[in-house]
Ligand binder design. Structure first.
Ligand code: NAP
Ligand code: MG
Length: 498
Protein backbone atom coordinates (compact mmCIF):
# COMPACT_ATOMS: atom_id res chain seq x y z
CA UNK A 1 0.00 0.00 0.00
CA UNK A 2 1.39 3.43 -0.88
CA UNK A 3 1.38 5.35 2.35
CA UNK A 4 1.69 9.07 1.79
CA UNK A 5 3.45 10.21 4.90
CA UNK A 6 4.28 13.85 4.50
CA UNK A 7 5.88 14.43 7.89
CA UNK A 8 8.72 12.45 9.46
CA UNK A 9 7.69 10.03 12.18
CA UNK A 10 7.76 12.45 15.11
CA UNK A 11 6.83 9.79 17.66
CA UNK A 12 9.80 7.56 16.73
CA UNK A 13 11.82 8.45 19.86
CA UNK A 14 8.82 7.93 22.12
CA UNK A 15 8.10 4.55 20.52
CA UNK A 16 11.71 3.52 21.19
CA UNK A 17 11.66 4.53 24.88
CA UNK A 18 10.47 2.04 27.54
CA UNK A 19 6.72 2.33 28.31
CA UNK A 20 6.49 2.31 32.07
CA UNK A 21 3.78 3.15 34.59
CA UNK A 22 3.65 6.65 36.06
CA UNK A 23 3.40 6.26 39.83
CA UNK A 24 4.27 8.88 42.45
CA UNK A 25 6.00 11.15 39.96
CA UNK A 26 8.26 8.46 38.48
CA UNK A 27 8.11 6.06 35.56
CA UNK A 28 8.49 2.56 36.96
CA UNK A 29 8.21 -1.08 35.87
CA UNK A 30 5.09 -3.03 36.80
CA UNK A 31 5.13 -5.30 39.85
CA UNK A 32 3.63 -8.04 37.68
CA UNK A 33 6.88 -8.35 35.73
CA UNK A 34 4.72 -8.59 32.59
CA UNK A 35 4.48 -6.56 29.42
CA UNK A 36 1.85 -6.49 26.70
CA UNK A 37 2.08 -5.42 23.11
CA UNK A 38 0.16 -2.73 21.33
CA UNK A 39 -0.37 -3.04 17.59
CA UNK A 40 -0.95 -0.84 14.58
CA UNK A 41 -4.51 -1.70 13.46
CA UNK A 42 -3.77 -0.83 9.82
CA UNK A 43 -0.98 -3.39 9.48
CA UNK A 44 -1.23 -5.72 12.50
CA UNK A 45 2.42 -4.86 13.26
CA UNK A 46 3.55 -4.57 16.88
CA UNK A 47 4.29 -0.93 17.72
CA UNK A 48 5.90 -1.57 21.10
CA UNK A 49 5.68 -3.34 24.45
CA UNK A 50 3.99 -1.71 27.43
CA UNK A 51 4.25 -2.51 31.14
CA UNK A 52 1.26 -4.45 32.41
CA UNK A 53 0.11 -2.97 35.70
CA UNK A 54 -1.81 -5.21 38.12
CA UNK A 55 -3.36 -5.05 41.57
CA UNK A 56 -0.06 -4.35 43.37
CA UNK A 57 0.62 -1.43 41.00
CA UNK A 58 -2.86 -0.03 41.60
CA UNK A 59 -2.21 -0.30 45.37
CA UNK A 60 1.02 1.66 44.95
CA UNK A 61 -0.66 4.27 42.77
CA UNK A 62 -3.57 4.69 45.19
CA UNK A 63 -1.13 5.15 48.10
CA UNK A 64 0.74 7.79 46.12
CA UNK A 65 -2.48 9.57 45.16
CA UNK A 66 -3.71 9.44 48.78
CA UNK A 67 -0.43 10.87 50.10
CA UNK A 68 -0.50 13.62 47.48
CA UNK A 69 -4.10 14.44 48.30
CA UNK A 70 -3.79 14.49 52.10
CA UNK A 71 -0.27 15.74 52.70
CA UNK A 72 1.35 16.85 49.45
CA UNK A 73 2.07 20.26 47.93
CA UNK A 74 -1.07 19.92 45.82
CA UNK A 75 -3.37 20.83 48.72
CA UNK A 76 -1.32 23.88 49.67
CA UNK A 77 -1.03 25.63 46.33
CA UNK A 78 -3.47 28.28 45.16
CA UNK A 79 -6.13 27.76 42.55
CA UNK A 80 -4.17 30.03 40.22
CA UNK A 81 -1.09 27.85 40.56
CA UNK A 82 -3.21 24.81 39.77
CA UNK A 83 -4.64 26.60 36.74
CA UNK A 84 -1.16 27.53 35.55
CA UNK A 85 -0.03 23.89 35.65
CA UNK A 86 -3.05 22.89 33.58
CA UNK A 87 -2.42 25.69 31.10
CA UNK A 88 1.21 24.60 30.84
CA UNK A 89 0.06 21.04 30.16
CA UNK A 90 -2.25 22.34 27.41
CA UNK A 91 0.65 24.31 25.89
CA UNK A 92 2.92 21.26 25.97
CA UNK A 93 0.32 19.07 24.25
CA UNK A 94 -0.16 21.79 21.64
CA UNK A 95 3.58 22.09 21.11
CA UNK A 96 3.76 18.34 20.49
CA UNK A 97 0.44 18.12 18.65
CA UNK A 98 1.81 16.54 15.46
CA UNK A 99 3.61 13.87 17.46
CA UNK A 100 0.43 13.13 19.44
CA UNK A 101 -1.63 12.97 16.25
CA UNK A 102 0.72 10.38 14.74
CA UNK A 103 0.80 8.36 17.95
CA UNK A 104 -2.98 8.32 18.14
CA UNK A 105 -3.31 7.23 14.51
CA UNK A 106 -0.67 4.51 14.82
CA UNK A 107 -2.16 3.08 18.01
CA UNK A 108 -5.89 3.48 17.25
CA UNK A 109 -5.97 3.44 13.44
CA UNK A 110 -8.04 6.61 12.96
CA UNK A 111 -7.30 8.85 9.95
CA UNK A 112 -4.44 11.27 10.66
CA UNK A 113 -6.64 14.20 9.63
CA UNK A 114 -9.06 13.34 12.42
CA UNK A 115 -6.28 12.95 15.00
CA UNK A 116 -4.67 16.20 13.90
CA UNK A 117 -7.72 18.39 13.42
CA UNK A 118 -10.19 16.90 15.91
CA UNK A 119 -8.72 14.79 18.74
CA UNK A 120 -5.60 16.70 19.68
CA UNK A 121 -7.01 20.26 19.41
CA UNK A 122 -9.99 19.10 21.51
CA UNK A 123 -7.57 17.79 24.14
CA UNK A 124 -5.79 21.15 24.32
CA UNK A 125 -9.11 22.98 24.55
CA UNK A 126 -10.33 20.68 27.31
CA UNK A 127 -7.30 21.36 29.50
CA UNK A 128 -7.58 25.11 28.87
CA UNK A 129 -11.30 25.18 29.61
CA UNK A 130 -10.93 23.31 32.91
CA UNK A 131 -7.88 25.37 33.86
CA UNK A 132 -10.33 28.27 33.87
CA UNK A 133 -12.56 26.46 36.34
CA UNK A 134 -9.82 26.20 39.01
CA UNK A 135 -10.39 29.80 40.03
CA UNK A 136 -14.17 29.71 39.76
CA UNK A 137 -15.14 27.06 42.29
CA UNK A 138 -17.26 28.62 44.97
CA UNK A 139 -19.41 27.78 47.95
CA UNK A 140 -22.40 29.82 49.08
CA UNK A 141 -23.71 31.54 52.18
CA UNK A 142 -27.26 30.80 53.30
CA UNK A 143 -28.79 33.20 55.78
CA UNK A 144 -32.09 31.63 56.74
CA UNK A 145 -31.57 31.82 60.49
CA UNK A 146 -30.09 34.90 62.19
CA UNK A 147 -28.78 32.74 65.02
CA UNK A 148 -26.50 30.81 62.74
CA UNK A 149 -23.99 31.60 60.06
CA UNK A 150 -24.31 28.87 57.46
CA UNK A 151 -22.11 28.40 54.43
CA UNK A 152 -21.05 25.69 52.04
CA UNK A 153 -17.61 24.60 50.92
CA UNK A 154 -17.05 22.93 47.56
CA UNK A 155 -14.27 20.44 48.18
CA UNK A 156 -12.43 17.95 45.97
CA UNK A 157 -13.62 14.37 46.44
CA UNK A 158 -10.15 12.93 46.99
CA UNK A 159 -8.57 10.00 45.17
CA UNK A 160 -10.26 9.36 41.85
CA UNK A 161 -9.94 6.30 39.59
CA UNK A 162 -10.53 6.91 35.89
CA UNK A 163 -11.02 4.07 33.41
CA UNK A 164 -11.23 4.93 29.71
CA UNK A 165 -11.83 3.22 26.35
CA UNK A 166 -9.80 3.14 23.14
CA UNK A 167 -11.94 5.12 20.68
CA UNK A 168 -10.61 8.62 21.48
CA UNK A 169 -7.70 7.64 23.72
CA UNK A 170 -6.18 11.02 24.54
CA UNK A 171 -9.43 12.97 24.42
CA UNK A 172 -11.09 10.59 26.87
CA UNK A 173 -8.07 11.05 29.15
CA UNK A 174 -8.47 14.84 28.90
CA UNK A 175 -12.22 14.69 29.65
CA UNK A 176 -11.30 12.79 32.82
CA UNK A 177 -8.15 14.62 33.93
CA UNK A 178 -9.41 18.14 33.16
CA UNK A 179 -12.25 18.46 35.67
CA UNK A 180 -10.65 16.13 38.26
CA UNK A 181 -7.50 18.28 38.42
CA UNK A 182 -9.38 21.58 38.24
CA UNK A 183 -11.28 20.56 41.37
CA UNK A 184 -8.08 19.59 43.22
CA UNK A 185 -8.40 15.79 43.22
CA UNK A 186 -5.58 13.32 42.72
CA UNK A 187 -6.07 10.47 40.31
CA UNK A 188 -5.14 7.13 38.82
CA UNK A 189 -5.86 6.77 35.10
CA UNK A 190 -6.22 3.32 33.49
CA UNK A 191 -6.10 3.66 29.68
CA UNK A 192 -7.56 0.96 27.43
CA UNK A 193 -5.24 -1.94 26.73
CA UNK A 194 -5.57 -1.40 22.94
CA UNK A 195 -4.41 2.23 23.02
CA UNK A 196 -2.10 2.98 25.96
CA UNK A 197 0.48 5.12 24.16
CA UNK A 198 -0.82 8.68 24.03
CA UNK A 199 -1.71 8.59 27.74
CA UNK A 200 1.87 7.59 28.58
CA UNK A 201 3.26 10.41 26.45
CA UNK A 202 0.85 12.73 28.26
CA UNK A 203 2.29 11.42 31.54
CA UNK A 204 5.72 12.69 30.50
CA UNK A 205 4.24 16.13 29.88
CA UNK A 206 2.37 16.04 33.22
CA UNK A 207 5.78 15.84 34.92
CA UNK A 208 7.18 18.57 32.66
CA UNK A 209 4.22 20.83 33.50
CA UNK A 210 5.19 20.61 37.17
CA UNK A 211 2.33 18.66 38.74
CA UNK A 212 3.53 17.41 42.13
CA UNK A 213 4.33 13.70 42.53
CA UNK A 214 1.34 11.42 43.04
CA UNK A 215 -1.25 13.86 41.66
CA UNK A 216 -1.50 12.08 38.29
CA UNK A 217 -0.74 8.36 38.17
CA UNK A 218 -1.11 6.32 34.99
CA UNK A 219 -1.34 2.54 35.17
CA UNK A 220 -1.53 0.72 31.83
CA UNK A 221 -2.89 -2.80 31.82
CA UNK A 222 -6.07 -4.81 31.53
CA UNK A 223 -9.57 -4.41 32.92
CA UNK A 224 -11.28 -7.52 34.30
CA UNK A 225 -9.32 -9.48 36.97
CA UNK A 226 -6.55 -6.92 36.69
CA UNK A 227 -5.72 -3.21 37.05
CA UNK A 228 -9.19 -1.89 36.09
CA UNK A 229 -10.97 -4.15 38.51
CA UNK A 230 -8.45 -3.46 41.30
CA UNK A 231 -9.09 0.25 40.85
CA UNK A 232 -12.87 0.00 40.83
CA UNK A 233 -13.09 -2.17 43.97
CA UNK A 234 -10.30 -0.39 45.87
CA UNK A 235 -11.40 0.61 49.35
CA UNK A 236 -9.28 3.76 49.37
CA UNK A 237 -10.54 5.17 46.06
CA UNK A 238 -13.25 7.79 46.59
CA UNK A 239 -14.70 7.90 43.11
CA UNK A 240 -14.61 6.03 39.81
CA UNK A 241 -15.25 7.75 36.51
CA UNK A 242 -15.76 5.18 33.78
CA UNK A 243 -16.29 5.34 30.03
CA UNK A 244 -16.88 2.11 28.16
CA UNK A 245 -19.42 -0.59 27.50
CA UNK A 246 -22.65 -0.90 29.46
CA UNK A 247 -21.68 -4.47 30.44
CA UNK A 248 -18.46 -3.20 32.02
CA UNK A 249 -20.38 -0.32 33.60
CA UNK A 250 -22.44 -2.85 35.53
CA UNK A 251 -19.27 -4.54 36.80
CA UNK A 252 -17.93 -1.16 37.90
CA UNK A 253 -21.11 -0.40 39.84
CA UNK A 254 -20.93 -3.78 41.59
CA UNK A 255 -17.24 -3.34 42.35
CA UNK A 256 -17.90 0.10 43.81
CA UNK A 257 -20.26 -1.30 46.45
CA UNK A 258 -17.49 -2.18 48.95
CA UNK A 259 -16.87 1.40 50.05
CA UNK A 260 -19.85 2.87 48.17
CA UNK A 261 -17.50 5.09 46.20
CA UNK A 262 -19.05 7.62 43.86
CA UNK A 263 -19.51 6.42 40.29
CA UNK A 264 -20.08 8.27 37.06
CA UNK A 265 -20.67 6.34 33.85
CA UNK A 266 -20.47 7.24 30.18
CA UNK A 267 -21.63 4.12 28.34
CA UNK A 268 -22.76 3.10 24.90
CA UNK A 269 -25.47 4.32 22.57
CA UNK A 270 -27.65 3.45 19.59
CA UNK A 271 -28.65 6.89 18.41
CA UNK A 272 -31.68 7.56 16.22
CA UNK A 273 -30.84 9.87 13.33
CA UNK A 274 -34.22 11.02 11.99
CA UNK A 275 -34.67 12.56 8.54
CA UNK A 276 -38.02 14.10 7.57
CA UNK A 277 -39.05 14.68 3.97
CA UNK A 278 -38.88 18.46 4.50
CA UNK A 279 -35.18 18.34 5.44
CA UNK A 280 -32.26 19.61 3.36
CA UNK A 281 -31.57 16.17 1.93
CA UNK A 282 -28.00 16.77 0.80
CA UNK A 283 -27.03 18.11 4.22
CA UNK A 284 -28.76 15.16 5.90
CA UNK A 285 -26.90 12.69 3.66
CA UNK A 286 -23.58 14.23 4.70
CA UNK A 287 -24.73 14.25 8.34
CA UNK A 288 -25.71 10.59 8.18
CA UNK A 289 -22.27 9.67 6.79
CA UNK A 290 -20.44 11.65 9.43
CA UNK A 291 -22.83 10.31 12.06
CA UNK A 292 -21.97 6.66 11.46
CA UNK A 293 -18.59 6.53 9.74
CA UNK A 294 -16.62 9.11 11.75
CA UNK A 295 -13.91 7.26 13.71
CA UNK A 296 -14.90 4.02 11.90
CA UNK A 297 -18.22 4.06 13.72
CA UNK A 298 -16.43 3.61 17.04
CA UNK A 299 -18.28 6.52 18.61
CA UNK A 300 -20.66 6.13 21.54
CA UNK A 301 -23.02 8.78 20.13
CA UNK A 302 -22.86 7.41 16.53
CA UNK A 303 -26.07 7.71 14.50
CA UNK A 304 -26.36 3.98 13.95
CA UNK A 305 -30.16 3.92 13.39
CA UNK A 306 -31.10 6.08 10.41
CA UNK A 307 -34.87 6.70 10.37
CA UNK A 308 -35.96 7.80 6.88
CA UNK A 309 -39.33 9.32 6.06
CA UNK A 310 -40.89 6.84 3.60
CA UNK A 311 -41.46 9.68 1.12
CA UNK A 312 -37.74 10.27 0.61
CA UNK A 313 -36.37 6.80 1.34
CA UNK A 314 -35.32 5.86 -2.18
CA UNK A 315 -33.94 9.27 -3.17
CA UNK A 316 -31.97 9.48 0.09
CA UNK A 317 -30.58 5.94 -0.26
CA UNK A 318 -29.31 6.50 -3.76
CA UNK A 319 -27.48 9.69 -2.74
CA UNK A 320 -26.14 8.02 0.41
CA UNK A 321 -24.81 4.86 -1.22
CA UNK A 322 -23.26 6.82 -4.07
CA UNK A 323 -21.21 8.88 -1.63
CA UNK A 324 -20.34 6.02 0.72
CA UNK A 325 -19.12 3.79 -2.11
CA UNK A 326 -16.57 6.50 -2.95
CA UNK A 327 -15.13 6.79 0.58
CA UNK A 328 -11.39 6.14 0.62
CA UNK A 329 -10.54 3.40 3.08
CA UNK A 330 -6.93 2.82 4.04
CA UNK A 331 -4.06 3.22 6.46
CA UNK A 332 -4.79 6.13 8.80
CA UNK A 333 -1.29 7.52 8.24
CA UNK A 334 -2.21 8.19 4.61
CA UNK A 335 -3.41 11.79 4.36
CA UNK A 336 -6.11 10.85 1.86
CA UNK A 337 -7.73 8.18 4.06
CA UNK A 338 -11.31 8.89 5.08
CA UNK A 339 -12.01 5.66 6.91
CA UNK A 340 -9.41 3.54 8.69
CA UNK A 341 -9.37 0.12 10.34
CA UNK A 342 -11.22 -0.93 13.50
CA UNK A 343 -9.08 -0.68 16.61
CA UNK A 344 -8.36 -4.40 17.04
CA UNK A 345 -8.85 -7.81 15.46
CA UNK A 346 -11.39 -8.52 18.21
CA UNK A 347 -13.37 -5.43 17.28
CA UNK A 348 -13.19 -6.25 13.56
CA UNK A 349 -14.54 -9.74 14.30
CA UNK A 350 -17.31 -8.29 16.48
CA UNK A 351 -18.42 -5.96 13.68
CA UNK A 352 -18.31 -8.74 11.07
CA UNK A 353 -20.32 -10.96 13.42
CA UNK A 354 -23.03 -8.27 13.63
CA UNK A 355 -23.01 -7.95 9.83
CA UNK A 356 -23.68 -11.69 9.70
CA UNK A 357 -26.48 -11.36 12.26
CA UNK A 358 -28.13 -8.57 10.23
CA UNK A 359 -27.98 -10.66 7.06
CA UNK A 360 -29.48 -13.58 8.97
CA UNK A 361 -32.29 -11.32 10.22
CA UNK A 362 -33.18 -10.52 6.62
CA UNK A 363 -31.73 -7.01 6.30
CA UNK A 364 -30.47 -6.12 2.81
CA UNK A 365 -26.90 -4.97 2.16
CA UNK A 366 -27.00 -1.61 0.35
CA UNK A 367 -23.21 -1.30 0.41
CA UNK A 368 -20.18 -2.88 2.09
CA UNK A 369 -21.03 -5.95 4.13
CA UNK A 370 -17.60 -7.52 4.56
CA UNK A 371 -13.89 -6.91 5.09
CA UNK A 372 -11.84 -5.54 2.18
CA UNK A 373 -9.48 -7.92 0.39
CA UNK A 374 -6.04 -7.15 -1.06
CA UNK A 375 -3.58 -4.84 0.73
CA UNK A 376 -6.01 -4.00 3.49
CA UNK A 377 -6.61 -7.64 4.48
CA UNK A 378 -3.65 -7.52 6.90
CA UNK A 379 -5.30 -4.81 8.98
CA UNK A 380 -8.55 -4.80 10.93
CA UNK A 381 -10.69 -3.19 8.23
CA UNK A 382 -14.44 -3.46 7.70
CA UNK A 383 -16.02 -1.80 4.66
CA UNK A 384 -18.49 0.99 5.43
CA UNK A 385 -21.74 -0.95 5.51
CA UNK A 386 -25.38 0.05 5.15
CA UNK A 387 -28.39 -2.18 5.73
CA UNK A 388 -31.87 -1.36 4.45
CA UNK A 389 -35.09 -3.13 5.29
CA UNK A 390 -34.23 -3.06 8.98
CA UNK A 391 -36.95 -3.30 11.63
CA UNK A 392 -36.36 -1.51 14.90
CA UNK A 393 -36.72 -4.75 16.85
CA UNK A 394 -33.92 -6.59 15.02
CA UNK A 395 -30.68 -7.13 16.94
CA UNK A 396 -28.82 -4.99 14.39
CA UNK A 397 -31.11 -2.10 15.38
CA UNK A 398 -31.03 -2.69 19.13
CA UNK A 399 -27.46 -3.68 20.02
CA UNK A 400 -24.43 -1.43 19.87
CA UNK A 401 -22.14 -2.61 17.07
CA UNK A 402 -19.51 0.11 17.60
CA UNK A 403 -18.40 -0.07 13.99
CA UNK A 404 -19.15 1.34 10.51
CA UNK A 405 -22.56 -0.29 10.18
CA UNK A 406 -25.71 1.71 9.54
CA UNK A 407 -29.27 0.38 9.92
CA UNK A 408 -31.87 2.18 7.82
CA UNK A 409 -35.44 2.08 9.13
CA UNK A 410 -38.37 3.70 7.27
CA UNK A 411 -41.07 5.65 9.19
CA UNK A 412 -44.37 7.46 8.65
CA UNK A 413 -45.09 10.56 10.74
CA UNK A 414 -43.85 12.15 13.96
CA UNK A 415 -45.51 9.81 16.45
CA UNK A 416 -44.32 6.69 14.68
CA UNK A 417 -40.72 7.85 14.58
CA UNK A 418 -40.70 9.20 18.14
CA UNK A 419 -41.95 5.83 19.44
CA UNK A 420 -39.45 3.84 17.41
CA UNK A 421 -36.58 6.17 18.31
CA UNK A 422 -37.25 5.70 22.01
CA UNK A 423 -37.72 1.94 21.82
CA UNK A 424 -34.13 1.25 22.79
CA UNK A 425 -32.23 0.58 26.00
CA UNK A 426 -29.77 3.42 25.36
CA UNK A 427 -30.19 7.19 25.44
CA UNK A 428 -26.96 8.99 24.71
CA UNK A 429 -27.88 11.06 21.66
CA UNK A 430 -30.21 11.54 18.72
CA UNK A 431 -30.74 13.87 15.78
CA UNK A 432 -33.59 15.38 13.77
CA UNK A 433 -33.32 16.76 10.24
CA UNK A 434 -36.24 19.01 9.22
CA UNK A 435 -36.95 22.55 8.04
CA UNK A 436 -39.98 22.76 10.35
CA UNK A 437 -38.93 24.51 13.57
CA UNK A 438 -41.94 23.27 15.53
CA UNK A 439 -41.32 19.66 14.60
CA UNK A 440 -37.64 20.02 15.50
CA UNK A 441 -38.33 21.33 19.00
CA UNK A 442 -41.12 18.87 19.66
CA UNK A 443 -38.90 15.93 18.78
CA UNK A 444 -35.94 17.38 20.68
CA UNK A 445 -38.14 17.24 23.77
CA UNK A 446 -39.50 13.76 23.02
CA UNK A 447 -36.24 11.94 22.31
CA UNK A 448 -35.02 10.32 25.52
CA UNK A 449 -31.32 11.08 25.23
CA UNK A 450 -28.68 13.31 26.81
CA UNK A 451 -27.94 15.16 23.55
CA UNK A 452 -30.23 15.97 20.59
CA UNK A 453 -28.88 17.57 17.43
CA UNK A 454 -31.10 19.48 15.01
CA UNK A 455 -29.89 19.62 11.39
CA UNK A 456 -26.40 18.59 12.47
CA UNK A 457 -24.65 15.59 14.01
CA UNK A 458 -21.74 14.79 16.37
CA UNK A 459 -21.34 18.39 17.51
CA UNK A 460 -19.49 18.54 20.81
CA UNK A 461 -18.10 21.42 22.78
CA UNK A 462 -16.17 21.33 26.02
CA UNK A 463 -18.69 23.76 27.56
CA UNK A 464 -21.78 21.73 26.61
CA UNK A 465 -22.75 18.84 28.91
CA UNK A 466 -22.53 15.31 27.54
CA UNK A 467 -23.93 12.10 29.02
CA UNK A 468 -26.65 9.52 28.95
CA UNK A 469 -30.24 8.70 29.74
CA UNK A 470 -31.21 5.10 30.47
CA UNK A 471 -28.44 2.53 29.96
CA UNK A 472 -26.09 5.10 28.46
CA UNK A 473 -24.94 6.01 31.95
CA UNK A 474 -25.27 8.68 34.58
CA UNK A 475 -23.57 11.95 35.38
CA UNK A 476 -22.72 14.69 32.88
CA UNK A 477 -19.21 15.29 31.64
CA UNK A 478 -18.02 18.56 30.07
CA UNK A 479 -19.22 22.04 30.92
CA UNK A 480 -19.90 23.12 34.46
CA UNK A 481 -21.79 19.92 35.24
CA UNK A 482 -18.65 17.83 35.48
CA UNK A 483 -17.59 20.00 38.42
CA UNK A 484 -20.37 18.27 40.38
CA UNK A 485 -18.84 14.89 39.52
CA UNK A 486 -15.53 15.85 41.11
CA UNK A 487 -16.55 17.84 44.21
CA UNK A 488 -18.35 17.33 47.50
CA UNK A 489 -20.50 20.00 49.07
CA UNK A 490 -20.01 20.56 52.78
CA UNK A 491 -22.39 22.65 54.90
CA UNK A 492 -20.87 24.50 57.84
CA UNK A 493 -23.04 25.79 60.72
CA UNK A 494 -21.65 28.43 63.08
CA UNK A 495 -23.67 29.17 66.21
CA UNK A 496 -24.00 32.95 66.68
CA UNK A 497 -26.30 32.83 69.71
CA UNK A 498 -25.06 34.65 72.83
P1 NAP B 1 -14.84 -1.66 27.70
O1 NAP B 1 -14.49 -3.02 27.28
O2 NAP B 1 -15.95 -1.46 28.65
O3 NAP B 1 -13.49 -1.06 28.29
C1 NAP B 1 -13.39 0.25 28.79
C2 NAP B 1 -12.32 0.28 29.85
O4 NAP B 1 -12.72 -0.50 30.97
C3 NAP B 1 -10.99 -0.28 29.41
O5 NAP B 1 -9.96 0.48 30.00
C4 NAP B 1 -11.05 -1.68 29.97
O6 NAP B 1 -9.80 -2.27 30.12
C5 NAP B 1 -11.72 -1.45 31.29
N1 NAP B 1 -12.37 -2.62 31.86
C6 NAP B 1 -12.85 -3.73 31.23
N2 NAP B 1 -13.41 -4.58 32.13
C7 NAP B 1 -13.26 -4.02 33.35
C8 NAP B 1 -13.63 -4.41 34.68
N3 NAP B 1 -14.28 -5.55 34.93
N4 NAP B 1 -13.33 -3.59 35.70
C9 NAP B 1 -12.71 -2.42 35.47
N5 NAP B 1 -12.32 -2.00 34.24
C10 NAP B 1 -12.61 -2.78 33.19
O7 NAP B 1 -15.15 -0.74 26.48
P2 NAP B 1 -14.30 -0.64 25.17
O8 NAP B 1 -14.54 -1.88 24.39
O9 NAP B 1 -12.91 -0.25 25.48
O10 NAP B 1 -14.99 0.65 24.50
C11 NAP B 1 -16.14 0.58 23.75
C12 NAP B 1 -17.37 0.95 24.56
O11 NAP B 1 -17.22 2.21 25.18
C13 NAP B 1 -18.59 1.11 23.70
O12 NAP B 1 -19.67 0.42 24.28
C14 NAP B 1 -18.86 2.59 23.68
O13 NAP B 1 -20.16 2.95 23.44
C15 NAP B 1 -18.37 3.02 24.99
N6 NAP B 1 -17.99 4.44 24.96
C16 NAP B 1 -18.80 5.36 25.56
C17 NAP B 1 -18.47 6.69 25.56
C18 NAP B 1 -19.33 7.73 26.22
O14 NAP B 1 -18.87 8.82 26.44
N7 NAP B 1 -20.56 7.42 26.56
C19 NAP B 1 -17.29 7.10 24.94
C20 NAP B 1 -16.49 6.15 24.33
C21 NAP B 1 -16.85 4.81 24.37
P3 NAP B 1 -9.23 -3.17 28.90
O15 NAP B 1 -9.15 -2.30 27.72
O16 NAP B 1 -7.92 -3.57 29.36
O17 NAP B 1 -10.19 -4.30 28.72
MG1 MG C 1 -12.11 -3.57 25.71
Amino acid sequence: MAVVQEKPLLCKDFLARPKQLLIDGKFVDAETGNMFETRNPATDEVLCQVQEGGKADIDKAVKAARKAFEHGKWRKITATQRANMMLKLADLVEKNADEFAQLETLDNGKPIKESRYFDIPAVVETFRYYAGWCTKLEGETISNNPDFFTYTLREPIGVVGQIIPWNFPLLMAAWKLGPALACGNTLILKPAEQTPLSALRLGELVLEAGFPEGVVNIVTGFGANSAGEALSNHMDVDKIAFTGEDKTGREIVKASAGNLKRVSLELGGKAPNIVFADADIDAAVKGAIMGIFFNQGQVCCAGSRLFLDKKIHDEFMSKLTERVSKMRQGNGMDESTQIGPQVSREQQERVLKYIGIAKGEGAAVACGGDAPAGDLAKGYFVKPTIFTGVHNDMRIAQEEVFGPVLSVIPFEGVDDVADQANKIAFGLSGAVWTSDVKKAHKLAARIKAGTVWVNTFNMLDVAVPFGGYKMSGYGRELGKHSIDLYTNIKSVWVNLQD
